[in-house]
Design a protein around this ligand. Sequence first.
Ligand code: SAH
Length: 514
Amino acid sequence: MNVLDSELVVAALRRTGWEMAKTSADADAIFYNTCSVRQHAEDKIYSALGRIRLAKQERPGLVVGVLGCMAQKDQALIRKRAPWVDLVVGPGQLHQVPALVDGILAGGGPRLEVSLGRKAGSRDTVARSFESYDPDRDPTMRPTPFQAFVRTQTGCDKFCAFCVVPQVRGPEQARPPEAILAETHKLVAEGCREITLIGQTVNSYRWTEGDRTTRLADLLAQLDGVPGLDRIRFVTNYPRDMTNDLIAAVRDLPKVCHSLHVPAQHGSDTVLARMKRGYTIGEYMEMLGRVREALPHAAVTSDFIVGFCGETDAEFQLALDLVQTADFKTSFIFKYSPRPGTKAFERQADDVPEAIKKVRLQLLMEAQADVSLAGNLSFVGTRQQVLVEGPSVWEEKRESAPSPSGMAQLTGRTACDRIVVFDGPPRLIGRLIDTNITSASAWTLTGVVADGLADAVPLDALETEGSLPTERVPSSEQSGQPPVRSTQLYTQQLYDIALASTALPSQPSVPPGV
Ligand code: SAH
């Protein structure tokens, strides 16, 4: 979600004459797009703000902004702790950034723009204070030009006891299906082949107009008809909203990937009840059974929180049992981090010692690694279609010159979201190709390009050689977990969006969305 927000803010700034700076030392404005899901994410921002203090002293004209969830959560506290910050803008006001920067450059002083708190008025009043934001996209800001996130909803109404998202992203509000479809057509026209629909609970999507209701299954059917689009993914799913029509849509629509992120969060009914997740493990397993029956080869992934308030050894053992039996392709596992403003923070003690949280994190990660390895090994000897994403992390870091044969180590992703590493010419980037899988680790598959395609002389004049898009690798707070791009949604997002003005600050800003 933050990757998408960053793309939209940069696109809006570019339209008003700003350009990306090469380094923060060249920048006239520096923005931090923030996450408040865990304390660790916030600590990183406050230390980054500490580091920028000197630059601000030396160059008082530098604009420093804090955007996103932490801005909404901490509001004036940010300027209290870091008075050199000029701009604090919540997720519901991001469209105002260009105009706010203009105001600051014109001498208007610091600005704080955030939405109402969840208890500050009626649901509608609060919802209106989180203004929708659907401006133009910017292909250069995407992880790759041929993959894009598309928002289906903003906000969240689930109120899980541990989670701050409903507070900082506001009430759940769906975008009209026409807007989602139009945006997808536009993205495809720009060269996009894969879209990932994103909502905090994407499968709760519901849009009613007159007597017609569009749910996620209907939306997928409409998107499946978009010519030129190859793959459709969607994250994140709420277990209780995994309805049969949605499972059938995934089974029957050719472009929808058989890859489902449905976080269980825990394996114990008593912990799930304290977390206010709204389901029991029996209900979760019933849902998983329906998924496995309709989609036997689907990759199902989960999130887990260890060390939640009052978690006993026996309860933790149930989480371990679930990981060992549910056959998740991957799990993202987090230590519980108390969040002010949540029910758990107000009413339940964070009483699991840090040392025990650490041990449980390690144990669950190891259990998942064993399951992931066994799952990946079953792919050895098979043929898998991948969308080639770009050079591997190893290729990007290697110091020796690229191989004279023009081969590079590339990575692609299967429809079930497995990363395949293989050697091939960069002209394959952005294409769907087949690979034969030769070996596997817990996190990646290794393969060779099938049918000699890697060595073939490119006849297609439209193919362009050489330009390797650079891949941004997200930071992961979980050491030992793979640097997969899908973790971007679940780990700290720290984007130093450094911008240098190439236009006069007085240039009028274009209203976003117009
Ligand atoms: N609606 C999104 C939530 C995003 S937060 C979703 O369901 O995925 C992503 C993950 O972070 C959650 O699934 C949960 O496992 C974890 N998380 C959320 N709040 C947390 C907290 N207070 N401490 C630790 N992990 C948390």
